[in-house]
Design a protein around this ligand. Structure first.
Ligand code: HEM
Length: 458
């Protein structure tokens, strides 16, 4: 009040007054957040789990700050201290996020049923089922189309006068994956629509940016302030999630109208969703849409929600993986020729097929090493305790606690990997030659958690 009276008394001209009011609002907002952090942190935290630092007032605020500006660094500090146990760190302005480090405890978490520790409810559990039941059976139909999409994107590369590529490694990786991934998500026509592809990439960047901005809003205020704050922070930028979402929805609506027409034709759903049917386009959107209509699984807007989430899960992770691999190839060009020789030799024998992918053992090892050192997130296998979760060491976590595994630091730990910080593209081929099992890219274990663990790992 005093501030407003001061301004309205005419001592300050409007521009300065507006700035002062804004500063005042920010200071008040900051004080409310700091106070609520201190009050709620001790209430929400699991009292029997150690914090990375102490629980003194200043330490609590510092941990929240560190989590915001350098989450992976805070997790590393925790892993170094508590690698033979577990520890607690902040999560979106609250405590109640427990990181499990000890292999035996990770195994217990893996074997805990979803009724006690469920995956975060970001995606309806029917979707993984629908995709598992269909994508896998159609892999042989995907591979040639994806290969074609990659070649189309390679042809779009441009170079300046000094032969330098004008597209960044990140942009290129995302473009390749957005195009090839869209083949699988929405079919060939949209996978060649430049407006759609641009919106796919910008929507994903927007989701990442918006999630970060959401960290600044306390959980209880999210439903009132979250939408506005993320809109304000991203409007007019490349991360304008709302603008790109509108474009995506326009294309989804048009595609869904075509599905509806086809389904209305006599014999339109002649195979009743039979995944073995080979006359249908291989499109995840179509399966989700038909599944919702035939089995009354979701409303249309829920199908769209699933599509947007799945697009993120698909394209962000795979794009990040390709980016990591391209960056390593640029850093260590000596890998290029042997990997190229392998791909050419295998393609000459098998063509662009599923068996061909299984034969590329050097490439598989190289990609696994890239993923080991550059996973898309520092924590993997997120779960939320539905009920109290008790571990064999007697530790009980409160319902509502978030649980995760520090995969990025486990994968850089000398407990599991010799010379862990050094990139060795043939590390896993050598392990296989020495008789180890679980050495291919998609094999998971307590030392390799890039794809999560247990029934939810993909
Ligand atoms: C390099 C590529 C990828 C990485 C690193 C990755 C990573 C992950 C991780 C860590 C999880 C959580 C697992 C857990 O909670 O234990 C997950 C779940 C999931 N991923 Fe991926 N993923 C990748 C590619 C894909 C692709 C291509 C798709 C879509 C076709 C996809 C769809 C999903 C879905 C639907 C889930 C939820 C599964 C469930 O809750 O049961 N992911 N992924």
């Amino acid at each position: 009040m005093a501030l407003i009276q001061f301004i309205s008394s005419g001592w300050l001209e409007p521009p300065v007054g507006t700035v002062t009011i804004l500063i005042g609002v920010y200071v008040i907002f900051g004080c409310v957040i700091i106070l609520s952090l201190i009050l709620t942190s001790s209430q929400l935290a699991n009292s029997n789990v150690p914090f990375v630092m102490t629980t003194r007032t200043c330490a609590i605020i510092y941990q929240h700050y560190r989590f915001l500006v350098d989450g992976p660094g805070l997790i590393k500090r925790g892993y170094d201290r508590f690698f033979d146990g577990l520890f607690e760190i902040p999560r979106t302005f609250r405590f109640g996020q427990v990181i499990i480090c000890k292999p035996e405890l990770i195994d217990e978490l893996k074997n805990t049923g979803s009724a006690v520790a469920s995956p975060e409810p970001w995606i309806d559990q029917t979707t993984p089922g629908v995709i598992r039941g269909t994508v896998h059976k159609h892999l042989d139909r995907y591979i040639p189309s994806m290969n074609e999409a990659i070649q189309t994107q390679l042809r779009a590369l441009s170079f300046d006068e000094s032969d330098e590529c004008t597209i960044s490694c990140f942009e290129f990786a995302y473009s390749v994956v957005a195009r090839s991934g869209s083949y699988a998500m929405v079919g060939k026509r949209l996978a060649n629509n430049e407006e759609y592809l641009k919106a796919v990439k910008e929507h994903i960047l927007g989701m990442i940016m918006t999630t970060r901005v959401q960290f600044l809003v306390p959980d209880r205020l999210k439903r009132y302030l979250g939408g506005i704050i993320s809109r304000l922070a991203t409007i007019g930028t490349r991360w304008d999630m709302h603008a790109s979402r509108k474009i995506l929805l326009k294309h989804f609506d048009a595609r869904a109208a075509e599905y509806r027409d086809e389904m209305a034709c006599p014999g339109g759903i002649n195979d009743k969703g039979d995944p073995k049917s080979t006359d249908k386009p291989v499109e995840i959107f179509r399966w989700l849409f038909e599944s919702s209509v035939l089995h009354h699984r979701w409303s249309y807007s829920e199908v769209l929600g699933e599509m947007l989430l799945l697009q993120f899960a698909f394209i962000y992770t795979t794009g990040y993986a390709l980016y990591g691999a391209l960056a390593e190839l640029a850093r260590q060009p000596e890998y290029i020729q042997p990997l190229r020789d392998e791909v050419e030799a295998v393609f000459a024998n098998y063509g662009a097929t599923v068996p061909a992918c299984n034969q590329m053992i050097l490439l598989d090892s190289f990609l696994k090493e890239c993923q080991r050192l550059h996973p898309p997130a520092a924590i993997s296998a997120h779960r939320v305790c539905v009920k109290a979760l008790e571990f064999s060491n007697g530790i009980i976590l409160k319902p509502g606690t978030h649980v995760g595994v520090p995969s990025s630091w486990i994968q850089r730990s000398s407990a599991y990997y010799e010379d862990p910080e050094t990139f060795d593209g043939y590390r896993f081929v050598k392990r296989a030659a020495a008789g180890a099992t679980n050495t291919s890219l998609v094999d998971l274990g307590p030392d390799y958690l890039v794809f999560g663990m247990g029934v939810h790992a993909w």
